[in-house]
Design a binder for this molecule. Structure first.
Ligand code: UGB
Length: 598
């Protein structure tokens, strides 16, 4: 009471709200008025932020938390009344007629798209000290994820413009959701690299706020153990992206500019853009309001399962069931073995890779109703079976893929399944955990993420007629992986199947120990036999034809141990370094036509 006398009117309102919602304990230790005034002010600054960044304010957060905590204590099944079944979606096969048709449609539509990258997570499972966007996708070129994403969007923009004979007028908007954990370092990465060639005005960073932690079933807010004048906070999850986009007014700006699609994606999937054009084509052709990208899923793999849920009252929806919920749901609904592989060797439920394509108009209409609030959940770790106290504080969380949960049955919700080798290779697990992944399941590590790039590029080249040698098996950081030739190219060289097939001709071959790096839009590979390393860099105005027989010692992979701290972290987490012994390297910095015949 006495402390309240010193407060501003808006702070008094907040203090009252806290007391009325059962949070008086936050003030119990407060000394008499006049003591620790700066700290008390900082406390209210934080409460103001927590209150304004949550739709409906802190009172609403506390109310929802109480309800969800009570449900959790009572063991209420969030899927009560729902039966899971395997849904049907669009299955694409890379390089066939259907795929090529969807790719072309997708590229055409890309100029009507905006991209949203959720990158607020620190990646606790990976344990990397920097932001994940700064990690190399592969170490042959050292291109980081953010650069790769930006170059892919720019390549898509150019390709879309070309297809419409230059009638497009706009740059594709690119939003990155950051958090306090990642914001400054993401901005710094962009600024110190001139936005990797994108116009700074094209990129917008939206920072998500953390939410208050809860210390018990009454949803009493937890004080920060380090500072008794602060409420402890934790991330709220990637679901925040919807309310941030809505409250910032960006969606309406995009709509007014004539955009039609919003594509959401995650921080470390170096393959994703190989799947984007075709899946956007599926959205446009099928007029999906929601299209989720999926890949065949191994049972128990840490990716959600796309599931049809049918309620006893007749309601039905196609939605992601998160990996920790799928097994109990199946067991509770007549599948005693739970989440297991079928005779195909995969779970019958396609794996959600959290790449969503939403149609902008219906998305805005839905958000007008919900304000972008996504159904939340709570996952307290209880001390014992009485479920009366927690091991550590918890908080509400939300996931971006739960967006369809509030949609009416009339909404057109679909999904597109692609081959894993083409679409999905995330970097999520540290070497130690990756080495423990059951045999046959993907590692989702920096090692497997990099190897997946080489495999995909090799398989794509095979599909356009190049004779690429089989991979060899090697073990890095305790993980057995296939090592294909290290083939990389810039997105503007080969964004789609048609792009790649138009750049490669004649009789070409690549030995397993080869490396090929193409950094140039107009590089044409013709009758090339490669056994070693070849690097071609050229400016846009140069047209370079490369052929003949290249043979040299090349670049070799040497094992390093992830525990060896003398090696930089981004290298040692993959378990190998590339020793660049000998290569044929050519740079074309002038416009013109060139012929490199070795
Ligand atoms: N992220 C944020 O931006 N903010 C946050 O508060 C938290 C995360 P994780 P997760 O496709 O691989 C998801 O931690 O959540 C960003 C799907 O839920 O890597 O365990 C973060 O920066 C799951 O269904 O993944 O699992 C990152 O970019 C499955 O699809 C992204 O959110 C799985 O991803 C994902 O965060 C997958």
């Amino acid at each position: 009471q006495k402390n309240l006398c010193l407060l501003f009117p808006e702070q008094i309102e907040l203090a009252k709200m806290l007391v009325e919602t059962g949070q008086s304990h936050l003030f119990q230790h407060w000394p008499e008025p006049g003591v620790d005034n700066e700290e008390k002010k900082a406390f209210f600054d934080q409460v103001t932020r927590l209150n304004s960044s949550y739709p409906g304010g802190l009172a609403s957060y506390i109310k929802t938390a109480r309800e969800l905590l009570a449900d959790s204590k009572a063991g209420k099944n969030p899927f009560d009344g729902f039966t899971p079944s395997v849904p049907t979606g669009e299955n694409l096969t890379f390089g066939d007629e259907n795929f090529i048709k969807f790719e072309e449609t997708g590229v055409r539509e890309a100029q009507n798209a905006a991209f949203v990258l959720v990158a607020g997570g620190l990646g606790e499972r990976l344990g990397y000290n920097g932001i994940k966007l700064a990690l190399p996708v592969e170490t042959t070129t050292g291109t980081c994820f953010l650069q790769h994403y930006i170059e892919s969007i720019l390549a898509l923009q150019e390709a879309s413009c070309r297809l419409t004979q230059g009638k497009c007028q706009r740059d594709i908007p690119f939003v990155i959701m950051t958090s306090d954990d990642t914001h400054a370092r993401t901005l710094q990465l962009l600024e110190s690299n001139s936005y990797f060639g994108m116009k700074p005005s094209q990129v917008k960073l939206l920072k998500q706020e953390k939410v208050a932690c809860l210390e018990d079933n009454d949803a009493r807010l937890a004080l920060d153990p380090q500072n008794k004048y602060r409420i402890q906070t934790k991330p709220h999850g990637h679901g925040d992206v919807h309310s941030l986009l809505y409250s910032g007014g960006l969606l309406n700006t995009w709509k007014d500019a004539g955009l039609r699609w919003v594509l959401f994606f995650q921080d470390t999937n170096g393959l994703l853009f190989k799947a984007i054009p075709a899946s956007l084509g599926v959205s446009a052709t099928k007029q999906y309001h929601v299209n989720s990208l999926a890949v065949p899923r191994k049972a128990k793999e840490a990716i959600g399962g796309i599931t049809r849920l049918t309620h006893t009252d007749g309601r039905s929806m196609v939605i992601n069931v998160e990996y920790n919920q799928l097994d109990p749901l199946l067991r509770a609904t007549g599948h005693p073995d739970g989440d297991v592989n079928s005779e195909t060797g995969y779970s019958p439920f396609p794996g959600n890779i959290n790449q969503l394509i939403l149609e902008l108009g219906p998305y805005i209409e839905e958000l007008k109703k919900t304000g972008g609030c996504i159904k939340e959940f709570v996952n307290p770790k209880y001390k014992d079976a009485s479920k009366t106290s927690f091991q550590s504080s918890t908080r509400l969380e939300c996931m971006m893929q739960d967006y369809p949960k509030t949609l009416p049955p009339s909404a057109r919700v679909g999904f597109t399944v692609m081959d894993t080798w083409l679409a999905y290779a995330p970097v999520k697990n540290n070497p130690e955990d990756a080495a423990k992944v059951p045999k046959g399941n993907p590692y989702h590590s920096a090692t497997s993420g990099e190897m997946a790039i080489y495999r995909a590029n090799s398989l794509i080249l095979r599909k356009v007629g190049v004779q690429v040698d089989d991979p060899v098996q090697r073990v890095f950081n305790g993980q057995e992986v296939e090592v294909w030739p290290r083939i990389t190219w810039k997105p503007q060289w080969g964004l789609t199947f048609s792009d790649v097939s138009s750049k490669v001709s004649g009789s070409c071959s690549m030995s397993q120990r080869s490396t090929m790096v193409i950094k140039g839009r107009n590089v044409f590979v013709e009758d090339l036999s490669l056994d070693g390393a070849l690097v071609i860099e050229s400016v846009d105005e140069a047209e370079v034809k490369v052929g003949g027989s290249v043979q040299n010692t090349g670049w070799i992979l040497e094992n390093v141990d992830y525990k060896d701290t003398s090696v930089p972290e981004e290298i040692r987490i993959r378990g190998f370094r590339i020793n660049k012994i000998e290569q044929l390297e050519e740079h074309y910095s002038e416009p013109g036509k060139f012929n490199l015949k070795v």
